[in-house]
Design a protein around this ligand. Structure first.
Ligand SMILES: Nc1ncnc2c1ncn2[C@@H]1O[C@H](COP(=O)(O)OP(=O)(O)O)[C@@H](O)[C@H]1O
Ligand SMILES: [Mg+2]
Length: 262
C-alpha cells in the first residue's frame, strides 16, 4: 500500500436537488488512528460517511479508500474495499427478532463460509471484547441503549475490519455510558489496530477519544488536525462550536482541563 492516508477526500461535492450538502470537502484520514468528524446537525456528516463507503457517489471530486477511487472502481473493487470496513450507522438498528448473538453473527453468515460452530466461537469472542460476555441468547429488546451500541460495535468488528466507521457513538447515551463506549473504542484501536472514523455533533466525547478532528461546516471541511492543535484553532466557527459545546468562558483558552489534553 502507498504511504498516503487510508482515506482521502479531494474536493468532494454533493447536492440533493437544490440542497448543496458538500461543497468541496477535502479531508485526509490517517491509518491506525481515530479521526472524528464533527459539526452541527444537518451539516452532512452522515452523507460524507456514505461517500467513504461508496453508498453515495460525489457529483464532483474524488473519494479514495486504500488507494481505490470509489466512484470509478468496479463493483467488485468497491465490494473488496467495503469488506475492509466495519460500519455502525446512526440509525443502524439491531434486528429485534434476532438474539444478540444472531445479530452479531449476521455478517459471518452472509459473507463467510464459516460453520455454525465457528461462527458461535467468533461471536462469543467479540461479545467478550465489547464486555457483553455470555449474552449470545439474550433478546436485543432486553438491552439498554449503551448495550445496544456495544452489540452494534461487536457486529461491526466481527469480520475483522481494518477501519470502523461509527456514526454518532454517543448520541442518546448518558455521560457514563458514553465514557464506556469511548473506552472500548480506545481499547480496540490499541489492541486490534483498528482505524476509527467517528462522526459526532458532540465535541466533549470526541476530544477524549479522537487523535484527529475535522470540522464540517457550510459544506466544507473548515479545520482539521491533531486534537490538541484542533482545539486551539483560531477559526471563528471552530471557536464558536467549542465554546457552545464546552461552555468555555472565551475563545482563547480553557482547553487545558479537557480530558486527554492535560
Ligand atoms: N438521500 C438524501 N436525499 C436528500 N437529502 C438528503 C439525503 N441524505 C441526506 N440529506 C440531507 O442532507 C443534509 C445533511 O444530512 P446528514 O448528512 O444526515 O447530516 P448530519 O450532519 O446531521 O449527519 C440534511 O439536510 C439531509 O436532510
Ligand atoms: Mg448524521
Amino acid at each position: 500500500m502507498s504511504e498516503g492516508p487510508l482515506i482521502r477526500l479531494v474536493d468532494v461535492s454533493k447536492r440533493f436537488g437544490d440542497l448543496v450538502v458538500l461543497d468541496g470537502v477535502s479531508l485526509d484520514i490517517p491509518a491506525g488512528e481515530t479521526t472524528a468528524i464533527i459539526g452541527p446537525s444537518g451539516t452532512g456528516k452522515s452523507v460524507l460517511l456514505k461517500h467513504i463507503v461508496g453508498l453515495l457517489d460525489p457529483d464532483a471530486g474524488e473519494v479514495r479508500c486504500f488507494d481505490v477511487d470509489m466512484a470509478r472502481a468496479s463493483e467488485a473493487e468497491r465490494y473488496a474495499v467495503r469488506r475492509r470496513f466495519g460500519m455502525l450507522f446512526q440509525h443502524g438498528a439491531l434486528f429485534d427478532s434476532l438474539s444478540v448473538g444472531e445479530n452479531v453473527a449476521f455478517p459471518l453468515e452472509h459473507h463467510t463460509s464459516m460453520t455454525a460452530t465457528q461462527r458461535r466461537q467468533r461471536v462469543d469472542e467479540v461479545l467478550a471484547m465489547v464486555e457483553l460476555p455470555d449474552t449470545f441468547d439474550r433478546p436485543t429488546t432486553a438491552l439498554s441503549g449503551g448495550q445496544r451500541k456495544r452489540v452494534g460495535l461487536a457486529r461491526a468488528i466481527v469480520m475483522e475490519p481494518e477501519v470502523v466507521l461509527f456514526d454518532e457513538p454517543n448520541s442518546g447515551l448518558d455521560p457514563l455510558t458514553s465514557d464506556a463506549i469511548d473506552a472500548l473504542i480506545r481499547n480496540m484501536k490499541r489492541k486490534l489496530g483498528i482505524t476509527f472514523v467517528i462522526i459526532s455533533h458532540d465535541i466533549v466525547g470526541t476530544v477524549a477519544v479522537a487523535d484527529h478532528i475535522a470540522m464540517l461546516y457550510g459544506g466544507k471541511c473548515i479545520a482539521q488536525g491533531p486534537t490538541a492543535e484542533f482545539v486551539r484553532s483560531e477559526h471563528p466557527m471552530v471557536r464558536r462550536f467549542l465554546q457552545r459545546n464546552l461552555a468555555l468562558p472565551d475563545g482563547t483558552g480553557g482547553v487545558a482541563g479537557l480530558p486527554g489534553l492535560g
